[in-house]
Design a protein around this ligand. Sequence first.
Ligand code: ADP
Ligand SMILES: N[C@@H](CCOP(=O)(O)O)C(=O)O
Length: 291
Amino acid sequence: MRTVRAPATSANLGSGYDSFGVALSRPADIVSVERADRTTIEVTGAGAQFIPEDPAKNTVGAVARALDAPAHIKIDKGVRPASGLGSSAASAAGAALALNDLYDRGLTREELVPIAAEGEAVVSGAAHADNVAPALLGGFTIATADGVRSIETNVPLVACLPEEPISTRDAREVVPTHVTIEELVATVGNAATLAVGMCRSDPALVGAGMADEVVTPHRAALITGYDDAADAAREAGAHGVTVSGSGPGVLAVCPPDRRRDVAAAMVEAFAENGERARAYRTWTGGGAEFV
Ligand SMILES: Nc1ncnc2c1ncn2[C@@H]1O[C@H](COP(=O)(O)OP(=O)(O)O)[C@@H](O)[C@H]1O
Ligand SMILES: N[C@@H](CCOP(=O)(O)O)C(=O)O
């Protein structure tokens, strides 16, 4: 048997749609695998009742197929599904690392990224790597057509999760298909600023780089109470706020000693909009690890 702890992740980070992502120090999935003649899946934990155990519909089933590694796979969900924290990706990354070792496939973590992304394609229709990359490599990652780069970083964060689920597949339908040159220039500037902030572990710079007028407004419109929660987070000391992944999660970057106030302010703002929410005070973190 092999058992792996695979972290939640927050993708896009505003200006880095389908490219940027960070691993979070918490929450996480625990994925255990044992050799078997055919793949079977058992899911427990957060939102397990909404997660298919059919290998054809679960991200880990796609990973087992891609690695030709049939196994009995147990997933203890710590990352709530359809929350914007890379729930589907955490399981996929954990299964990729565990099965690669169990069957001695000898692939590097970088080589496992596209395999884990095949799991994402099962769920959202797109093999986007911006969640599985940080889930496997840790830190801040930049996924491009020619591969993934990862940068160690240490940035304090608050992730606030309203209960209202939003599926990535649905949220990808609202993303614009064209941008203007002015939008391109602004996005490149913000993305570069964010990347430098991650390299320097500078939360203020990361917050400034989260600004985005291309994708985020369309995603925010799907989240009841987003504007009030974002305003409340900034008033409580956040440097920047954006939609986490495809939502409904909201990610704030802030000074470490302001996280409690920022978390409380966002939860209260959602409550005032009739939405129950929970918040995690967290940090950028490492990738999946054997336990
Ligand atoms: N191992 C898994 N963990 C979580 N969700 C999974 C898994 N396998 C398939 N799914 C499906 O993916 C959906 C969650 O994925 P997604 O919409 O991308 O949310 P998130 O933003 O949390 O990743 C769930 O509705 C669930 O049906
Ligand atoms: N780039 C993707 C990221 C989805 O993240 P998730 O945490 O919501 O699965 C997208 O925005 O569609």
